[in-house]
Design a protein around this ligand. Structure first.
Ligand code: NAD
Length: 524
């Protein structure tokens, strides 16, 4: 990805480094037009029943199922993912999300009755879920279709129109429009604006009703600062430094395989990749030996990939040059401070092909254990006790995901409860993301807000609280005129209903008196 003075951005195939095409920043006139259209179409979406919205989204699902191989090839050309990674984490995941939300949305968005306290006897309380308006979705480059479509679909299901600005690194130019147009999905309900942060700034200035951002902590802070000028609510899905804690009672073979997948899938460029691995001392040596041996057997990305072949590589390409430089910098810093690289460790020269890498003798003074590396690198560190593992895992500015591996599920649950993150898997890694019924989001510098699960629809909704009273000739006891008698009776309610000496019979008698006052004491 390169920007020129004329504001065009080259999109590059990271596997071959060939230029694929270029995109241009969206002009101010186009931004204005997009938002005008979004505002015009939104009331039509709001007027549709939830079932009608679900039916629209099913058109997207059907189109993706039908055209999945071609869609996957587009994604791989721009990201360099292995084909299996693309299938599981983009195509499969989007279809799965739609399938879950097909059933979930009508239940979640249905108006709900909630309890009404006895002091408000005769009234009813409800929560209605209404759309917010137009949602701006800003995804990153690592899951370009999934991160663009999934929040957009949830926002649409909640009755909003959507403007999505894909990452300039992997814009998949024309693909979302193709899916929308050719599937017959509602026109203009989801619109696409291309460009970098320059376009992002213009889109925020157009004052969407909510921003759903997925990306780096640095950009998240900028977006929040700009959004604060207009009081636009934001969901920030930011980076991570996930810890995997491995206790010595586990099946090593299975766990090594799980940790390798968690660390290397999508070339380690997942926000919830295994970025740090803590292994208990009893199995540390055996674990390290096995993970190094197995990592060497994986097929790394290479220049002669046949991207149509699901076996052309196991570990995909690093998508961007700046990410390769970060990975190299973290490894160099670690080695200078005493770490040892046991396999991998450097890219194939003049490429972005980075082999699976295992590093040991690491400490929390090294960037590789503190900052997001975002590459196929697993640093492994030894621990002795449960308390030490928890302390090490929590010693991070990030709080996105993590995993605990132990045969003893009581211990695994206890440790999981002490790790300060938004997501956690036990005896697996990132698998909570595989269930769209579960909410997803971070704590600490990994951001805030949740999407997917029930919260994934509520985040794009105005939860309106409604209280329904009946017309009558009575007035409420807290209305005017204020009198000493009313004051005394209201005070007695506190004693008879809420205090430890509560007496429901006395409360009922006070209630009757207040009610009769409501009939008599009125301002005429
Ligand atoms: P990034 O922050 O550089 O860019 C993300 C998006 O923001 C891009 O579309 C970019 O064009 C846009 N952008 C940049 N500046 C902007 C501005 N000032 N205003 C508006 N938009 C602006 O992130 P990235 O490098 O594309 O993605 C990698 C990061 O994303 C990693 O930190 C990764 O952990 C994180 N991530 C988080 C999740 C999650 O769910 N928490 C998921 C995937 C990736």
């Amino acid at each position: 990805m390169e920007t020129t003075a004329t504001q065009t951005i080259d999109v590059v195939n990271p596997i071959t480094l060939e230029k694929l095409y270029h995109i241009e920043e969206t002009s101010q006139e186009k931004v204005d037009q997009i938002f005008k259209t979004a505002r015009e179409v939104q009331p039509k979406i709001e007027d549709m029943s939830v079932e009608q919205r679900v039916n629209e989204v099913l058109k997207i699902r059907d189109y993706i199922i039908e055209n999945r191989e071609a869609i996957l090839t587009r994604i791989i050309q721009e990201t360099g993912k292995s084909r299996v990674d693309g299938m599981t984490s983009e195509v499969f995941e989007i279809i799965d999300v739609i399938d879950v939300f097909r059933k979930l949305t009508p239940k979640v968005l249905k108006s709900k009755s909630v309890a009404t306290p006895i002091v408000l006897v005769g009234k009813k309380s409800e929560v209605w879920y209404e759309p917010l308006g137009t949602i701006l979705v800003i995804p990153p480059w690592n899951y370009p279709l999934y991160q663009a479509l999934v929040p957009s679909i949830m926002a649409f299901l909640s009755g909003n129109s959507v403007v999505v600005k894909p990452s300039e690194v992997t814009p998949l130019q024309g693909l979302i429009e193709e899916i929308i147009d050719k599937s017959g999905f509602m026109k203009n309900a989801i619109q696409v604006a291309y460009g970098s942060g320059i376009t992002g700034v213009k889109l925020i200035d157009a004052q969407p009703d909510k921003i759903h951002f997925t990306g780096s902590c640095k950009t998240g802070k900028k977006i929040m600062a700009q959004a604060s000028q207009y009081l636009i609510p934001v969901d920030l899905e930011l980076g991570g430094k996930d810890a995997a804690i491995v206790f010595d009672d586990i099946n090593i073979e299975r766990t090594v395989n799980g940790i390798m997948w968690g660390g290397y899938t999508t070339g380690g460029q997942s926000c919830t990749s295994v970025e740090r691995c803590y292994v208990q001392e009893g199995i540390y040596d055996k674990f390290v030996e096995m993970i190094v041996d197995r990592s060497k057997k994986l097929r790394p990305s290479h220049a002669n990939r046949n991207i149509e072949d699901p076996e052309d590589c196991d570990v995909g390409t690093v998508t961007t040059e700046f990410q390769v430089k970060i990975i190299e910098d973290h490894i160099k810093d670690a080695v200078e401070k005493g770490a040892k690289v046991l396999c991998g460790g450097s890219r194939e020269s003049n490429t972005r092909h980075f082999p699976p890498t295992v590093i040991v003798d690491v400490t929390h003074d090294m960037k590789i254990m503190i900052d997001e590396t975002f590459g196929p690198v697993i640093p492994v560190m030894k621990f002795k006790t449960e308390e030490e593992a928890i302390r090490l895992a929590n010693d991070s500015e990030y709080g996105l995901g993590g995993s605990v591996w132990s045969k003893n599920l009581t211990r695994a649950r206890r440790v999981a409860g002490k790790i300060k993150t938004g997501n956690l898997s036990i005896n697996n890694h990132m698998l909570n993301e595989g269930n769209p019924n579960l909410p997803f989001g971070g704590t600490k510098n990994s951001g805030f807000g949740r999407y997917k699960g029930d919260l994934g629809l509520y985040t794009f909704s105005n939860a309106k609280s409604v209280l329904v009273d009946k017309d009558s000739s009575n007035i409420d006891p807290n209305w005017y005129p204020f009198t000493k008698t009313k004051y005394t009776l209201l005070s007695q309610i506190i004693d008879h209903l809420f205090s430890r000496k509560k007496n429901l019979i006395k409360f009922a008698l006070v209630g009757l008196k207040i009610n009769s006052i409501g009939k008599k004491e009125k301002l005429n």
